[in-house]
Ligand binder design. Structure first.
Ligand code: MN
Length: 426
């Protein structure tokens, strides 16, 4: 599919992350960051204020206003027909041959003049472990090469229930977590700031339509339920994780923060970039078989900038197509027991690592558990993250003369809160 041209020149530049083909959904405030929030659609170097357009009677999608709250959940609940209707209306109104330019143009605001917020209220957050290279690398470090992949891994997408309360939008500072850790050569655990703070480069799938309690869904139905995708950094405290994770999986090591990019890129925008999951090593049970390509060809990268550094260092490049399980398979597995899924549920893909060393999506893998430190372009060394480090994830799908961008997913590490480090002090 070629570039769909807009009358807004900035949207037609090949490197622009927000051409008319994209139309991602975000939430913003004007002037003061704590002012009222509005629903917006990114186009070129602007955001289209659809909350104001709806208030002025230009958008009619349901009997009730759906853009009044600065949150895309109300709109998601209208379902796929309304999702398609809004996209068509936007492409018509913003397209090169639009007859409605005079209606749309007054509602454009420069991206420089807004602050972006969470694009939707995260209802519940589940994180998976569906990248084979990542699972193999981590499993080798934690349990040895013979036991790297757990026996269930090739049969189902493994996940754990994470926390919605700590999912934050790009740009939010991340406080280093305190937790309980135990070094292998120590007899007793200690309490204090994590010393092995890490990133996980992931994609997040946003569930737009729910499922009924007690009612499984097929992979095809799960695909229909997905509203769109975001970049996701599943910040992880490896020392806390290693001590706490058996037998119930990660808990505090992951619960302190998860960052997402500010724009929801819709499934419709990503449609031309569909790609298949890799060949199955073990045939999947019928409820997990895919009716067609369910992954997307999305180029991903992570970079790190120490505090005060002039430039950042690229840590890795990878691709969403590396996953072994798609988000649709994860969602079908999740609902398979009868677990109800709801609009605003967020599914983390699992860390996306490729086969090569420079395509590993976590520091744990890049430095092999801290044994092989990285040298940054500033000359500094890193095993894990230090206070003041800023990590940024980027991603885009490359079309013919255009790009589908996500906006960056970034966060800076702040020092841990000095809470009862030497014992109970309050
Ligand atoms: Mn994760």
């Amino acid at each position: 599919m070629p570039l769909i041209k807009s009358w807004l020149p900035s949207a037609n530049v090949p490197e622009c992350p927000f051409p008319l083909n994209n139309l991602p959904y975000g939430c913003f405030s004007k002037h003061e960051a704590d002012g009222p929030r509005y629903n917006g659609v990114a186009i070129g170097d602007c955001v289209l204020d659809v909350s104001a357009m709806e208030a002025d009677g230009h958008v009619e999608l349901s009997l009730l206003p759906v853009f009044a709250n600065g949150d895309w959940c109300d709109f998601m609940k209208l379902g796929p027909d309304a999702w398609g209707e809004l996209r068509e209306w936007l492409i018509r109104g913003l397209g090169e041959t639009s007859l409605e330019r005079a209606i749309f143009e007054p509602y454009l605001i420069s991206l420089r003049d807004i602050t972006l917020h969470m694009p939707f209220t995260v209802n519940e957050y589940t994180d998976f472990y569906a990248g084979r290279h990542h699972a193999t690398n981590v499993g080798t470090m934690f349990r040895g090469a013979e036991n790297a992949l757990p026996p269930n891994w090739l049969h189902m997408p493994i996940g754990y229930n994470g926390r919605a309360s700590s999912v934050v939008v790009s740009g939010t500072d991340i406080v280093r977590p305190n937790g309980q850790t135990k070094a292998q050569d120590e007899v007793l655990p200690k309490w204090g700031p994590s010393e092995r703070l890490d990133i996980e480069l992931e994609m997040g799938a946003v569930v737009g339509s729910g499922s009924k309690l007690g009612q499984p869904v097929s992979v095809a139905e799960a695909n229909e339920m997905i509203f769109g995708y975001v970049l996701l950094n599943d910040w992880s405290a490896r020392d806390i994780q290693a001590w706490e994770y058996q037998p119930l999986g990660p808990f505090q090591a992951k619960a302190f923060a998860t960052t997402i990019s500010p724009w929801i890129v819709t499934k419709a925008a990503l449609e031309p970039f569909r790609t298949s999951t890799p060949k199955r090593e073990m045939e999947l049970l019928p409820y997990l078989r895919e009716p067609g390509p369910m992954l997307y060809d999305i180029e991903l990268s992570a970079s790190l900038k120490p505090e005060g550094a002039a430039r950042s260092t690229r840590l890795c490049r990878t691709n969403y197509g590396e996953m072994y399980y798609s988000a649709a398979q994860q969602l079908a597995h999740h609902a398979g027991s009868g677990c109800a899924m709801r609009p605003g549920d967020l599914l983390g893909s699992g860390t996306i690592s490729g086969a090569t060393k420079d395509s590993r999506g976590s520091l744990l893998e890049m430095t092999w558990g801290g044994q092989e430190p990285l040298t940054l372009e500033t000359g500094e060394m890193r095993r894990f993250l230090e206070d003041g480090d800023t990590v940024t994830l980027d991603g885009y799908a490359q079309g013919d003369g255009y790009r589908i961008g996500f906006g960056e997913c970034t966060g800076t590490i702040l020092p841990a809160v000095n809470f009862a480090r030497e014992g109970v002090e309050r």
